[in-house]
Design a protein around this ligand. Structure first.
Ligand SMILES: [Ca+2]
Length: 321
């Protein structure tokens, strides 16, 4: 990717599942695209519950950074979704028995977000690629910190694409609808939304990663990707294995804006409906004639994003044993 003029100060808030069984690897791909990129100054990586329990996301982030020998402030989280019902129904509760017994001696995600924003001289861009629990807690307790945030790039929401439970509801917003609605409602917070319609435009297939090394760290990523592709094709009865790389899109958009088209809109999330909790509600009329603080991605060159993943990840990380 071309070098951009000023480094982008970044926090990545993630439900990182790489390291857990049958888990999606897309958060890890997003981190691998962002870490060691000269265009980013990554100030912190914070853990949130979503694809895996929050504690497990914390362990997975910690293990990945150790594996890559990279020292970046990161957190330990045990925060449950704000929505009590979603907590009770949380899919990741089933994974509780897989959790390591020991708590990591790291700051909590909300504490690390707060400290990083307060200490930063410049505004920080937050890439949120899990449910929005941490951000909702932070901005409810410390609303003045909105001034320290450049924008929040969110992988979440859908209008028509089928997401969880055969409904047009995306996983991250469904994971904590109350949090998503709170974050979108924060006065003065600039938000960019990467919905499922865009993140599902292009899939990654086993043949795409065939040429990746059979050794070292890249091979471990390759094995995890293959395992996840096989797991989901078996689970959903697809004819051929594939997976999406949802969480990589906001990272790539920060480096190459031309790849995505965005439209002004006004967004809320249904946090009350009995069956529709987590639905994205989008209004374009309300902002006609004036710039909105909400933007939604309406199109994107996802083939180019895949090309970047396939080229940059092996070349960047092939030295890691
Ligand atoms: Ca994620």
């Amino acid at each position: 990717m071309n070098k951009i003029e000023e480094k982008i100060s970044l926090i990545i808030d993630t439900d990182m599942a790489y390291g857990s069984k049958d888990a999606d690897v897309d958060d890890c791909l997003a981190l691998l695209m962002a870490l060691n990129n000269p265009n980013f100054d990554i100030k912190a990586i914070t853990a949130v519950g979503g694809n895996v329990p929050p504690q497990m996301a914390s362990y997975n982030i910690d293990s990945l950074l150790k594996e890559l020998k990279i020292d970046i402030p990161h957190s330990y989280s045990c925060a449950n979704p704000l929505d009590r019902n979603m907590w009770i129904n949380c899919r990741w509760l089933k994974r509780k028995n897989e959790l390591p017994k020991k708590q990591l001696s790291l700051p909590s995600s909300v504490a690390l977000l707060e400290k990083t924003l307060i200490e930063s001289q410049e505004k920080i861009t937050i890439v949120a690629i899990g449910p929005l629990t941490n951000l909702a807690i932070l901005l409810t307790e410390k609303p003045f910190l909105v001034k320290k945030i450049n924008k929040v790039c969110i992988m979440g929401g859908t209008q028509n694409e089928i997401g969880v439970d055969d409904l047009p509801i995306e996983f991250n917003f469904r994971g904590d609808p109350e949090a998503a609605n709170l974050v979108l409602g924060v006065e003065g917070l600039n938000v960019e939304i990467f919905p499922l319609e865009i993140t599902k435009k292009q899939a990654m297939k086993p043949q795409d990663i065939e040429k990746w090394s059979e050794r070292g760290f890249i091979n471990r990523i390759k094995i995890s990707l293959r395992a996840y592709m096989d797991y989901r094709s078996k689970k959903f009865g697809f004819n051929e294995p594939f997976s999406y790389f949802h969480d990589v899109l906001p990272i790539v958009s920060l480096l190459d804006k031309k790849l995505f088209q965005m439209e002004d809109c006004y967004c809320t999330v249904d946090s009350q409906g009995k069956y529709t909790k987590g639905s994205l509600i989008l209004d374009r009329k309300i902002v006609k004639g004036k710039e909105s603080r909400h933007k939604i991605v309406v199109d994107g060159n996802c083939k180019e994003v895949l090309k970047k993943i396939l080229k940059e990840i092996p070349s960047k990380w092939e030295e890691i044993k």
